[in-house]
Design a protein around this ligand. Structure first.
Ligand SMILES: *Cc1c(COP(=O)(O)O)cnc(C)c1O
Length: 415
């Protein structure tokens, strides 16, 4: 089956006896049992069943199975947000004294979180390029995981998942990949060598901009070793499932960051159109990037542009797609603001992956907590405009951006 057929008719699509086409929204806190013995078995994990929605819920399971199949994983856990997913995934394998190697160009919230974890004794060594030469000397006996984003937002750097996962595995360390901006339509990091994939479902998987959520997908192939991964020591008997079992029955359950059932339903129906949306979004982004690239005075950053430093990865890892985010440097912060304010269709909003085109000035918003050096390492400059391209008609989007550029120049002439 090709992507869209598998999405709609794959193994994970539940054909339940009550014949609903979609999973029902089990918007309940708890599940009722006929006798105490039955409920006891559920708590002892001796029989399958749901007890309490923080620990498990059928609407969440429907979404988890579907995303796990799309990513080629062995199982998935839904979380209340992308950040909740990243936090739970890290805390399932790291404890005080452990170290993480992470790209310095991650999503701003993730960098903030890694700073927060310093206070819990989990130290991050940031890598500026995430090349093998740079990472190799950062690995030591405390390193417990390597964390990167497949396509970083907004720097648009691409993680060499096959190369870095090989290096990580040589050292007995797993590679965790945030694939929010790529989506399984563009790439399946688990099949490229990653061990765990994380998404903020708030973005492309949902697609409609209507629910915050996150998901962790386990590849189920990493050979966890109790001596090395001491945080997982009590789960050693689960072998390659140690991570997901600890995650589900310990960290995730006890941290309490579960996805709301109604959000799982919204994500489930959003996922139906993922392939169609990504196809259109990537085509629009490519056309808009090429049209903007012809304009004087702005510098466009988009993966399918031949001059892009990661252009060679587009065919190698991303099935020829550049993704839905493009950004450009306007020349000055003032001009960036003027362009943004002159756009008719693109909404000023701090989100990506919506069907509507969204635009933002990241330096003054998403990256406000970072210093200049950290911001530039993340690819965010004072004049950077980030565009999350939607599914509108490309001609209208291009015309809108060109008129906004012109309006910003006219305003500059007057002042
Ligand atoms: C948005 C985003 C997150 C955080 O997700 P939330 O759902 O907002 O918590 C993490 N990583 C990337 C790449 C993102 O774009």
């Amino acid at each position: 089956m090709e992507f869209n057929t598998r999405l709609l008719h794959g193994k994970a699509i539940v054909r339940n006896p009550s014949r609903e086409i979609l999973p029902p929204v089990s918007q309940v806190t708890a599940f009722r049992y006929e006798n105490m013995e039955e409920l006891e078995k559920v708590f002892q994990h001796k029989s399958m069943g749901y007890a309490y929605s923080r620990i498990g819920n059928p609407t969440l399971s429907s979404f988890e199975q579907r995303i796990s199949e799309l990513e080629g994983g062995s199982g998935a856990v839904c979380c209340s947000s992308g950040m909740a997913a990243i936090t739970a995934a890290i805390l399932a394998v790291c404890e005080s004294g452990d170290e993480i190697i992470a790209a310095s160009w991650l999503y701003g919230g993730t960098i903030d979180l890694l700073h927060d974890l310093e206070k819990l004794g989990i130290h991050t060594r940031f890598a500026k390029t995430m090349s093998e030469e740079e990472i190799r000397p950062l690995i030591n006996e405390h390193t417990k995981l390597i964390f990167g984003e497949l396509i970083s937002n907004p720097a648009l750097r691409v993680l060499d998942v096959p190369g870095i996962s090989a290096l990580a595995h040589e050292a007995g360390i797993p590679l965790f990949v945030d694939s929010t901006t790529a989506t399984p339509y563009i790439a399946q990091p688990l099949l490229l060598g990653a061990d765990v994939v994380i998404h903020s479902t708030s973005k492309y998987l949902n697609g409609g901009g209507n629910a915050i959520g996150g998901v962790i997908v386990d590849g189920g192939k990493f050979p966890w070793k109790a001596e090395k991964h001491t945080a997982l020591a009590d789960f050693g008997k689960y072998g390659k499932a140690a991570f997901i079992v600890r995650l589900r029955t310990d960290i995730w359950e006890n941290m309490g960051g579960c996805m709301a059932p109604v959000n799982a339903f919204l994500n489930y129906i959003g996922l139906d159109t993922l392939g169609l949306r990504m196809e259109r979004i990537c085509e629009n982004a490519d056309r808009l990037a090429k049209a903007l690239d012809e304009q004087p005075g702005i510098e466009v950053n988009y993966l399918t542009l031949k001059k892009h430093p990661f252009h060679s990865y587009v065919e190698k890892l991303l099935k020829g797609y550049g993704g839905g985010i493009l950004n450009f440097r306007a020349g000055s912060r003032k001009k960036a603001f003027r362009i943004i304010d002159s756009l008719k269709y693109a909404m000023i909003a701090s989100n990506i992956g919506d069907v509507r085109t969204l635009v933002i000035h990241p330096a003054s918003t998403l990256y406000i907590h970072l210093n200049d050096e950290e911001r530039e390492a993340a690819g965010v400059y004072d004049d950077t405009v980030r565009v999350s391209v939607g599914i509108e008609d490309a001609e209208d989007l291009i015309a809108d951006f060109l008129q906004a550029l012109k309006a910003s120049e006219d305003a500059a002439d007057e002042s």
